[in-house]
Design a protein around this ligand. Structure first.
Ligand SMILES: *Cc1c(COP(=O)(O)O)cnc(C)c1O
Length: 322
């Protein structure tokens, strides 16, 4: 079973809003900004992990996340007026001013500025950008498992909405599927795309192990172009020496897989032990999933010296202010 812990009350001292580091209490927007502003919003979800000795915090693949943020804003024609390199530095500085020293979630959000009395049909808009951070504990290696249901909701398709970017309005689709799954007694949903092949989970991509091969739906299966998915494919190939295949995946392959898990920044690696009441493998976390959890955790926390280019140290040896 999943145990969802709410971190909402653990607010940081500061956040960054449109060029200023503000105290949490002072970061307000006018009420007329709500509404259409969020229809046009895009965002990122990034994690930072503490080192083994607790003395450093590593942001995982910061640059790739902010490059995707830029692609998301480009696709919805929002202008942030800032470069990826600037945003990278802003995030590091924000983590420092908040003295973040535990596993942390970072959420940059770009929304249409000054929507007050306007409609949504403007061509291109200046973005307001909000970057918020809050503690988020890992569930890697905790033994957490999930049950899943193939959703009756299909994943949004490329001819309706852009599935490959983190577009806020896409997430009604995820929440409909998740709510249905929970009400039906499952922990999570698996979406098929409009073609009828497997797409992904809510806010997470999907991977399965079959006969020693790691298989995952390809990037034209209405999936989001996940950075975790990419990282795990590299780890499977280079560390576990496994073949990795990206291709269309059929629904019944979920029922005959040896191992199955969702992956993503929030999902990390979330083992799925049954789908539509079919046990996956032996109905418990499989050996490859377990190895990947270990290797991934080592990479995130810098226990593994390789893949250092995926980690941005926040303090880089500098003493943490107390
Ligand atoms: C964020 C997200 C993922 C996972 O992407 P990561 O880059 O690994 O965090 C997968 N699917 C959806 C819909 C997402 O929003």
């Amino acid at each position: 079973m999943v145990h969802l812990v709410s971190d909402e009350h653990m607010n940081p001292a500061y956040l960054w809003l449109n060029g200023e580091v503000l105290r949490w209490e002072d970061a307000t927007v006018h009420v007329t900004e709500l509404g259409w502003s969020t229809v046009g919003a895009v965002f990122e979800g990034i994690r930072a992990y503490t080192s083994m000795d607790g003395g450093e915090l590593f942001v995982f693949r910061l640059n790739e996340h902010m490059e995707r943020f830029e692609r998301s804003t480009r696709l919805v024609r929002l202008r942030t007026g800032r470069s990826v390199a600037e945003f990278n530095q802003i995030i590091i500085d924000l983590l420092r001013v908040n003295e973040s020293m535990e596993d942390t979630y970072i959420r940059p959000l770009a929304y249409t500025a000054e929507t007050g009395n306007k409609r949504f049909a403007q061509v291109g808009s200046d973005a307001a950008v909000l970057i918020n951070t809050h503690p988020m504990a890992t569930h890697l290696l905790t033994g957490m498992t999930m049950t899943a249901k193939v959703s009756s909701w299909r994943r949004i398709s490329e001819d309706v909405m852009p599935p490959r970017i983190k577009n806020l309005s896409n997430y009604r689709n995820s929440s409909l599927g998740t709510t249905e799954a929970r009400l039906d007694g499952y922990d999570t949903a698996i979406f098929l795309n409009t073609r009828g092949t497997v797409s992904e989970g809510p806010g997470s991509c999907l991977m399965m192990i079959k006969d020693g091969v790691l298989i995952t739906p390809d990037v034209t299966s209405s999936i989001l172009e996940s950075i975790t998915r990419d990282a795990l494919m590299v780890l499977a190939r280079e560390v576990l020496g496994m073949p990795v295949v990206e291709r269309q995946v059929d629904r019944t392959e979920l029922y005959t897989a040896d191992e199955l898990f969702t992956c993503g920044t929030a999902a990390e690696i979330s083992p799925i032990v049954s789908v539509d009441h079919y046990d996956v493998g032996h109905g418990q976390i499989g050996p490859v999933t377990r190895r990947l959890e270990e290797e991934f955790n080592n990479v995130l926390r810098g226990n593994e010296k390789r893949f250092a280019h995926w980690r941005t140290p926040v303090y880089a040896g500098a003493a943490v202010r107390s």
